[in-house]
Write a protein of this length. Structure first.
Lengths: 343, 258
């Protein structure tokens, strides 16, 4: 097992930031900690690295208990959101830093740093100063620097958070390819669900200092365990309604099939993902189109239905037939994902 | 803009310097040389430079520590401390000197106790160093503070995760980016310490060839009606000051041409 954390707790002042987090990451696996900011995911990562100390709980790296070790002795590679490159060192010296600290001789350290820079696609930039590089390049240098001492685990704290959307998308694909080549056990912290779902083998959703769900990207997307997860990983509509005598849930003018286990009269909250709503042009339909936003091959349609606002994703071809203010019928073919209303 | 800058530089910097040089030259090179090599003058100048060097060393350590505390720590009264750092800029240094005399002079409890241990503070080097530190510390603090603010603590954390111990982090991660600012602060402190007059006049005792410093020596020469000799010694103070500024301005940073 690459990383094991057992029942971590951490308090800052009066605030309980981590309230019993346990997780494990296989050797060579790439796992994302996903969640809203302030949810404690970065703190978990920093506890794994030894940059913060947990109030209680255990951290194991490669079968060794490391709670008592400081960050310098844990053998982790850490990448920060704002790169944290040493500005007074040239790129190659940044990458070689961890090797020189470990007394690798300077010539060898430099050779290995150059090789890593080539590997991350920055072969020609070794003699530059960090300030002369773009954000994306800087983060690659930071990654090369973290990988240089061949760490047991690689921890990335919102590594693409400070970059443009375009660069982010490129870099995360690149990161996944690099991970497949290098094979380092990796934990990535992000608040971007697309990022988490697209690069990781497994996604752990963290909210309010607790793990909300831990599963593969498809489990998270297809079988969200809580309303929070469903809302966080997709574009959804949440409607409330009552199970009728016909066994269907009526909510917001929609009738929908629900999974077994609900009784007639139950008040439920249903989460409908935007791509599960089907729209049909119908002059007598109850839905009214408010706005159509084109997105590559699909379009996002905002509509109102019996006073409620809904979002649907439909193929572009279909969206082109829609007019603002036009009427549509809204239908749902799949069984809805429902949760009992809390309280 | 350019013209007013030129006028300003001439009126406040160039002309006075030329005037002093011209005055010093009135006695001819031999006269000026004689004035600055007189034993009392040599001692006063040497004392000024020596004390200033010691003071710069102390300033660097305590100025860096103060700036660090102000930037990195959040403690009650931080704003007050920050305001107090600038106090020497606001208080006439003569007053600072008097404060120290009152606090540490032979008649005071503290000063008396120190004297009992055989340590003279006032009218001796320790008091002079203390006063000069008081006057010059803000230069180092204010030079270092902005650079320290820009240093991302994540850089230290990165170094830590790469296996670096604290001493190595200080040496290789923290100090290099601070060096240019430390040099500027040191240069300004040094020049200020050389030129300090008010505090020295009241607490050094002004004993020639013992505690009389360069700036007070110059006043003595002026009062004795010897303006050529005063000017000659002033030129030495001036030149050393300028050299110090030039030296520290050589400590530059090659990185960060953004």
């Amino acid at each position: 097992m690459g990383i094991v954390a057992k029942n971590l707790h951490k308090q800052f002042g009066e605030t309980q930031v981590i309230r019993g987090v346990s997780l494990s990451v296989d050797r060579g696996e790439m796992v994302s900690l996903l969640g809203p900011s302030g949810g404690g995911k970065s703190t978990v990562l920093r506890i794994l690295a030894g940059l913060e100390r947990a109030d209680s709980g255990e951290v194991w790296l490669d079968g060794q208990r490391v709670d008592h070790l400081d960050a310098a002795s844990r053998g982790v590679g850490f990448v920060f959101q704002h790169y944290a490159l040493f500005r007074h060192m040239r790129v190659v010296d940044n990458v070689a830093f961890g090797l020189k600290v470990r007394k690798v001789n300077p010539v060898e350290a430099r050779r290995r740093a150059e090789a890593l820079l080539t590997r991350v696609g920055l072969g020609g930039l070794s003699e530059r100063w960090p300030d002369e590089l773009s954000g994306g390049q800087r983060q690659r240098v930071a990654l090369a620097r973290a990988l240089a001492p061949e760490p047991r685990v690689l921890l990335l704290d919102e590594p693409f958070g400070a970059l443009d959307a375009r660069v982010r998308a490129d870099l995360r694909e690149w990161l996944r390819r690099l991970h497949d080549e290098v094979g380092a056990t990796t934990v990535l912290v992000t608040h971007d669900q697309e990022e988490a779902l697209s690069v990781s083998d497994r996604v752990i959703l963290v909210k309010d200092g607790l793990i909300e769900q831990d599963g593969s990207p498809s489990e998270i997307v297809d079988a969200p365990r809580t309303e929070f997860v469903a809302r966080f990983v997709g574009e959804v509509n949440v409607v409330e309604g009552v199970v009728g005598a016909d066994g269907l849930l009526s909510a917001g003018g929609l009738s929908m099939r629900i999974p077994a286990g609900s009784k007639v009269g139950d008040r439920l909250r249903a989460v409908l993902r935007s791509h599960e709503l089907h729209l049909e042009l119908d002059p007598r339909g109850l839905g009214v189109v408010r706005r159509v936003v084109p997105l590559d091959d699909r379009a996002r349609v905002e509509l109102s239905l019996n006073g409620a606002s809904l979002v649907a994703r439909v193929p572009r071809a279909q969206a082109q037939a829609l007019t603002i203010g036009g009427s549509v019928t809204v239908a749902l073919h799949e069984p809805a994902r429902v949760w009992a209303i809390e309280g | 803009m350019r013209a007013s800058f030129g006028v300003w530089i001439c009126a406040l910097v160039v002309l006075p310097m030329l005037a002093v040089l011209a005055r010093a030259a009135q006695g001819g090179f031999a006269g000026a040389w004689e004035a600055i090599t007189r034993p009392a003058a040599v001692h006063a100048l040497g004392l000024s430079f020596g004390l200033s060097l010691i003071v710069v060393g102390i300033d660097l350590i305590f100025g860096l520590a103060t700036a660090w505390a102000l930037v990195r720590w959040d403690f009650p009264g931080r704003r007050l401390v920050s305001a107090l750092v600038d106090l020497p800029f606001a208080v006439p240094t003569l007053v600072a000197g008097i404060l120290l005399v009152v606090m540490l002079g032979p008649q005071s409890t503290l000063g008396g106790a120190m004297a009992g241990l055989g340590i003279d503070v006032i009218y001796a080097w320790p008091g002079m160093i203390l006063a000069l530190c008081f006057v010059t510390l803000p230069f180092v603090v204010r030079a270092v503070e902005p650079v320290l603010e820009e240093l991302d603590p994540a850089e230290e954390e990165a170094a830590r995760t790469l296996g670096a111990g604290e001493a190595l982090i200080v040496r290789q991660v923290l100090l290099p980016p601070l060096l240019p600012a430390l040099a500027v602060g040191a240069g300004q402190s040094f020049a200020r310490a050389i030129g300090e007059f008010g505090a020295m006049a009241v607490l050094s005792g002004n004993v020639p060839r013992e505690t009389l410093v360069g700036s007070v020596y110059v006043l003595g020469e002026v009062e004795a009606g010897d303006s050529v000799e005063a000017a000659a010694v002033s030129v030495v103070l001036l030149v050393v000051s300028i050299i110090a500024q030039l030296v520290v301005s050589q400590v530059n940073q090659p990185w960060g041409q953004e």
